[in-house]
Design a protein around this ligand. Structure first.
Ligand SMILES: CCCCCCCCCCC/C=C/C(=O)SCCNC(=O)CCNC(=O)[C@H](O)C(C)(C)COP(=O)(O)OP(=O)(O)OC[C@H]1O[C@@H](n2cnc3c(N)ncnc32)[C@H](O)[C@@H]1OP(=O)(O)O
Length: 302
């Protein structure tokens, strides 16, 4: 409920054309982060959407610096952008990528899960569930152009797409590393991983909290392609052509056939999953583990 209200408010206030200033209207030319012009860009403070309706796709750029951590606001903005693209018949695909150098997404925002009250935890978890459900089941082709490190929730986001292209940089590790934080990946994170890499690889990766560098990620099937860093976006665009050449209804029904049983499990147990999360994350020991982890991240700098 709170998420629905939050989304309505954000839809009105944030989903505006990228063009700034008085009289800005959708469809005008405006500045793109990093220079150049962008025709018909739109978005919100944390999500820039560069549509190419003639080609049938849009690039969704995450820009929640410094690390694209998935805060409640950021999740909500991503959902709104996705919804907008899904409801426009001009779009058949999206490429999701990052605008933060070296980071695809640092995963769930630890500050949303630390030192807050149970109502907040419940609202946050509902938004995390929603993001996964919407991306995992989207009728659009979703390609991840992974141009940075992507632990935990960042990896989940990538795993929710239909195809993953990873930049070949040894720093760009990807995986569900929750156990390293002293927390547990919920069953739908686990199921998404199992569906991608198989049971044995997932079992080992989850227990050890493995973060796979590119060559390893490709070997175990966590990503579909590894390319030189400067070719991630072009490789994602190239592969999209293959996906878009398939009759849309057949591809969509097949995607649903493959993914619905996994999504249904969460849909059936959604409230219980929220309660589990709130109980788990509220435990003193878990709060302590998260605080220690955040502290370690800070100390790493000094
Ligand atoms: C019985 C079963 C019940 C199950 C119930 C459910 C249980 C809970 C499930 C929860 C699932 C959780 C999923 C997650 O996604 S948890 C998040 C995991 N993410 C990570 O481990 C990544 C942490 N970050 C890093 O490793 C590095 O920051 C990174 C490699 C991404 C970038 O390094 P870099 O050196 O470039 O940047 P800094 O480390 O200096 O970070 C810059 C600032 O950003 C802050 N930061 C980083 N990551 C996060 C984050 N995930 N959330 C919030 N904030 C983050 C970092 O602290 C720095 O902040 P300051 O500038 O203020 O110091």
């Amino acid at each position: 409920m709170a998420l629905a209200v939050g989304m309505r408010v954000l839809t009105r206030s944030l989903l505006r054309p990228w063009v700034r200033g008085p009289g800005a209207t959708p469809g005008r030319t405006g500045p793109v982060a990093g220079g150049g012009d962008c025709v018909r860009c739109f978005g919100s403070p944390r999500v820039l959407v560069e549509p190419d309706p003639a080609a049938g796709f849009a690039v969704m750029k995450m820009r929640n610096p410094p690390v694209n951590s998935l805060s409640l606001e950021f999740l909500t903005e991503m959902l709104i952008s996705l919804e907008k693209l899904e409801s426009d018949k001009a779009f058949h695909a999206i490429i999701i990528t990052s605008d933060c150098p070296g980071i695809f997404s640092a995963g769930l925002d630890l500050k949303e899960m630390c030192g807050r009250d149970p109502t907040h935890y419940a609202e946050y978890w509902k938004a995390v569930q929603e993001l996964w459900l919407r991306f995992y089941l989207s009728h659009l082709v979703v390609i991840s152009a992974i141009n940075g490190v992507s632990p935990a929730g960042g990896c989940l986001l990538a795993l929710s797409s239909d195809y993953r292209v990873l930049a070949d940089n040894p720093k760009y590790a990807i995986g569900l590393n929750e156990t390293l934080l002293g927390i547990v990946a919920p069953f739908w994170f686990k199921d998404t991983l199992v569906n991608t890499v198989g049971h044995r690889v997932a079992e080992r990766a989850l227990q050890l909290g493995l973060l796979f560098p590119p060559a390893e990620a490709l070997r175990v099937g966590m990503v579909d392609q590894v390319v030189p860093e400067d070719q991630v976006q072009s490789a994602a665009r190239s592969v999209l052509a293959q996906w878009l050449a398939i009759p849309g209804h057949a591809r969509q029904l097949t995607k649903t056939l493959m993914r619905k049983p996994t999504a249904d499990r969460l849909l059936k147990e959604r409230d219980a999953d929220i309660q589990n999360f709130v109980r788990f994350i509220s435990r003193d020991a878990i709060q302590k583990a998260l605080r220690t982890y955040l502290e370690k991240l800070k100390q790493k700098k000094s």
